[in-house]
Design a binder for this molecule. Structure first.
Ligand code: ASP
Length: 434
């Protein structure tokens, strides 16, 4: 049995956090593959190493003095080395990097050094072999992971060393140059390694004990979710729940490898399990999420329902402007197309004009739309839930502007005015999850 164990930046912010990580890793012999992010914030006023490296790159590029930032970066790594009394010579590797600093240094390469040095320190501390992600995670030039090559390399490295530490967040192109994943991408590195080694579990350690049932900025101390399916997680993350990098699930889902989210600061807490099938039926609703800033294009035309192809013609216009559609609630002679406001910022008026011209329809827009998603695998075939939702919203005098439910009955999407957004989350949390 093998486990990939990934630690986020907050689990690696200082020597004390490194010590917690060591205790966790060494307490279970299955934890043979460790993936690390770069050093995170030590407190809320601190700056993540990755952000400092991005700033350093900008300073270099625009010819602005950069020694202060460079020294801040170096001191974070050197401090950990000293406090943990490691023999890894981080100082001389940092001075080699210093010699490479110039206006044209690759941003991907420079920023990837955050994970690189963190992994080097951690491998030295754990006594595990450091394996560079650029020699494992291979991208083809179109930016996609070359799984055939990556798998071969990962398996070879693992069989050679047995216990490894790999920096997250980057890999390399066929010519060897470093390519970063998108922000938060160390989650994806862990997931890719889990797939390549077909491990039995992918552990993802952060500073919260799992996925929360609602946004903690709105609900104080929301409950954590014990079990959630990949599909539910996708619904919640898509609707704004800030959990894992959104590409984390794909590599492991096809092999049915569960992900366990846990807190480095509370390791005995079981955290959240993400898997294909969950047995727990104790709650009908798994979680709430939501986003503000949607726009609804409302299209009306008498006898629209008899005009074959009407909907297609409307959707073609959105396609032409490269706008991805969120929902299409409909009536008999009217329907709405709901999209994120940001996606039509530059083409809103063009879309309205074309809809009017092409469809000979009346078109209005409503820019005051927020969406709340009620997500739960146990909602399917359950009666009474909608009754409870709308009764409580009615009691709170919250007007429902639009509604949608996916065919799997995994989610109910409720459109409301932006000013009712927080009130809706609070009301529904009280009724469905508290
Ligand atoms: N350090 C990178 C970031 O801040 C990647 C990661 O933490 O996963 O986005």
């Amino acid at each position: 049995m093998l486990v990939v164990t990934k630690f986020g930046g907050s689990s690696l912010s200082c020597a004390t956090q490194f010590a917690k990580v060591k205790k966790i890793v060494l307490s279970d012999a299955k934890r043979k593959i460790v993936v690390v992010s770069a050093l995170g914030k030590r407190d809320s006023s601190d700056t993540k190493i990755t952000d400092l490296l991005y700033i350093l790159h900008a300073h270099l590029k625009f010819g602005v003095p950069y020694m202060d930032i460079w020294n801040m970066i170096c001191s974070r790594f050197i401090e950990i080395k000293k406090e943990l009394q490691l023999d890894y010579d981080v100082e001389s590797e940092l001075s080699s990097l210093y010699k490479e600093l110039n206006k044209t240094i690759s941003e991907d390469y420079l920023v990837s050094r955050g994970e690189y040095f963190t992994a080097k320190l951690m491998s030295n501390y754990l006594g595990y072999q450091f394996v560079d992600a650029k020699d494992l995670i291979s991208f083809s030039y179109d930016g996609k992971v070359d799984y055939a090559l990556t798998e071969k390399r990962v398996r070879l490295a693992f069989s050679e060393y047995g216990t490894i530490v790999v920096p997250g967040f980057y890999g390399s192109y066929p010519n060897g140059s470093v390519k970063l994943l998108s922000r938060g991408g160390s989650d994806v590195t862990g997931s890719i390694l889990s797939k390549c080694l077909m491990v039995s579990l992918y552990e993802n350690w952060t500073d919260v004990p799992g996925i929360l049932t609602a946004d903690p900025r709105i609900i104080s101390n929301p409950k954590a979710i014990r079990e959630i399916t990949y599909a539910e997680l996708r619904e919640l993350s898509y609707m704004g729940a800030n959990v894992l990098h959104e590409e984390t699930v794909f590599p492991v889902q096809s092999l049915n490898i569960p992900i366990n989210l846990k807190s480095t600061n509370d390791p005995d807490n079981p955290g959240t399990f993400i898997k294909n099938v969950c047995e727990d039926t104790s709650s009908t609703v798994t979680g709430l999420a939501g986003k503000i800033d949607f726009i609804s294009f409302n299209i009306f035309k008498n006898h629209m329902s008899n005009e074959i192809g009407f909907l297609r013609k409307a959707l073609t216009i959105f396609e032409k402007f490269n706008v991805s559609i969120e929902h299409i609630p409909s009536g008999i002679d009217s329907f709405s197309v709901v999209v994120p406001l940001s996606s039509v910022e530059k083409c809103k008026y063009e879309i309205i004009t074309e809809l009017k011209q092409e469809l000979k329809a009346e078109v209005t827009v409503d820019e005051d739309i927020a969406l709340v998603a009620v997500v739960g695998r146990n909602m399917v075939n359950k009666s009474g839930l909608c009754g409870a939702i709308f009764q409580t919203m009615g009691e709170e005098k919250i007007n429902v502007k639009l509604l949608a439910q996916g065919p799997q009955e995994l989610n109910i999407i409720i459109g409301i005015s932006k000013e009712d957004y927080e009130k809706t989350i609070k009301t529904l949390y009280q009724k469905l999850l508290a």
